[in-house]
Design a protein around this ligand. Structure first.
Ligand SMILES: C[S@@+](CC[C@H](N)C(=O)[O-])C[C@H]1O[C@@H](n2cnc3c(N)ncnc32)[C@H](O)[C@@H]1O
Length: 391
């Protein structure tokens, strides 16, 4: 795919070849600054399982459109849950007679999205479970199992804990206060854990923030009771949608992270380590040597290390001096903070364009709003014209 296929005009060109012209209305649904290189927003009316036969969301002109191959970096979506809300229109997902038949529909949809996903793309699906005939059906685990069978890797089962929830009339069980956000990938995928942890790590030290998302209630948007919190979309996008991709090879730009010499002064041990380092006149070279050797190299491991990774004698000597001066506080310097110093580029020498998020069950467009707010382009699909008219 060439860079031009990203832009709205080329969507038109490609689709018109296959399925007829994209109406001008598509242009009306783009952001004012939706040139190549700026985030855009496009919404379609159609079935999430068939991304080659879509109508422009305003339905201003007839003609089916196709989303081009490999143009999406991340899917963030929340399909209708099984046997919950009956949207009352043909081809809706969610009212199948059994959970297994529902899961088949979700897997069909995921299969259809593969064509339009870029190689480093992945999928976040928010889904809840259902009580049916007095028993929880385990729908999220059925989706996981079926997705695994279809070749997807289940990368995370995130538990969305609801700080508050709708009243539950049940008298013989506890009210349900959580849902799932399942993360699926096909192969290696873009993931900015560093940037995410900087924002969400509880201890502010960049530790992995974990797979539980405790979120407060957000105001419901109009009549659409099934809107999900913006924070779900925000977290998924920050984790797995590149800020920018190359407009020629579509490789995501990866964050470049560097170790600093800075220690975390919130830790008393770090403060003591700095004191000892000053007293003993340790230099930046010593700190670099500590990090090069690591904790293990200062002990038994230095006798058994072999191979090309072995540290030079000079580095080992500096590390030994540091060890003698710092004792147990030596290890503090192996925790020196990392910082983000830029973004990778490729050899194409082409311009970079925003990453693209797709929500194939877009509802009120929460995902699209958040994607645009975060500088990503957004494509939305929904079967309901009522939903789309409200956007
Ligand atoms: C749970 S809601 C999505 C809510 C959305 N995350 C939001 O924040 O508003 C599910 C949406 O899927 C749509 N839908 C149902 N079946 C569909 C299908 N087969 N293809 C596309 N959309 C469908 C419904 O119209 C509904 O808007």
């Amino acid at each position: 795919m060439t860079s031009k296929k990203l832009s709205v005009p080329s969507l038109k060109k490609l689709s018109s070849k296959k399925t007829g012209p994209i109406p001008d209305a598509v242009k009306q649904h783009t952001l004012p600054n939706s040139k190549v290189g700026k985030p855009y927003r496009i919404t379609f009316r159609g079935d999430a399982r068939n991304v080659t036969n879509l109508l422009d969301s305003g339905n201003h002109q007839a003609g089916l459109m196709s989303i081009p191959d490999a143009c999406v970096d991340l899917v963030v979506t929340s399909p209708p849950y099984w046997k919950k809300r009956d949207y009352g229109f043909e081809n809706q997902i969610g009212q199948e007679p059994t959970p297994e038949k529902y899961v088949d529909q979700i897997i069909d949809a995921m299969k259809a999205w593969r064509r339009i996903l870029r190689p480093a793309a992945s999928i976040f699906i928010n889904v809840g479970d259902t009580y049916w005939r007095k028993s929880l059906q385990g729908v999220p685990s059925l989706i996981e199992a079926a997705a695994r069978n279809a070749g997807w890797k289940v990368r995370n089962r995130i538990i969305w804990v609801k700080k508050s929830g709708m009243p539950d009339p049940a008298k013989d069980r506890l009210a349900s206060r959580h849902e799932y956000v399942l993360h699926f990938a096909m192969g290696d995928y873009y993931y900015d854990l560093f940037g995410y942890a900087e924002r969400y790590s509880v201890d502010q030290r960049g530790a992995n923030p974990g797979d539980v998302w405790e979120l407060g209630a957000e105001l419901e948007l109009g009549e659409h009771l099934a809107a999900f919190p913006t924070e779900i979309a925000r977290r998924a996008i920050l984790l797995a949608c590149p800020n920018e991709v190359c407009s020629k090879c579509f490789q995501p730009r990866q964050r470049i992270v560097e170790r600093t010499h800075e220690l975390d002064l919130a830790r008393p041990q770090a403060r003591r380590a700095i004191e000892l380092a000053k007293l003993n006149n340790l230099t930046l070279e010593h700190f670099a040597a500590i990090r090069a050797t690591g904790i293990s190299d200062a002990g038994k491991a230095r006798h058994v290390q072999t191979g090309t990774d072995r540290n030079t004698e000079k580095v080992q000597k500096l590390a030994q001096e540091a060890k003698a001066a710092l004792g147990g506080y030596f290890r503090e310097f192996t925790f020196a903070k990392k910082r983000s110093v830029g973004w990778s580029s490729c050899a194409c020498n082409a311009k970079f364009v925003p990453g693209v998020v797709l929500d194939p069950f877009m509802g009120t467009g929460t995902t699209l709003d958040v994607a645009n707010e975060l500088g990503r382009s957004a494509i939305g699909i929904d079967l309901s014209s009522t939903t789309l008219k409200r956007l």
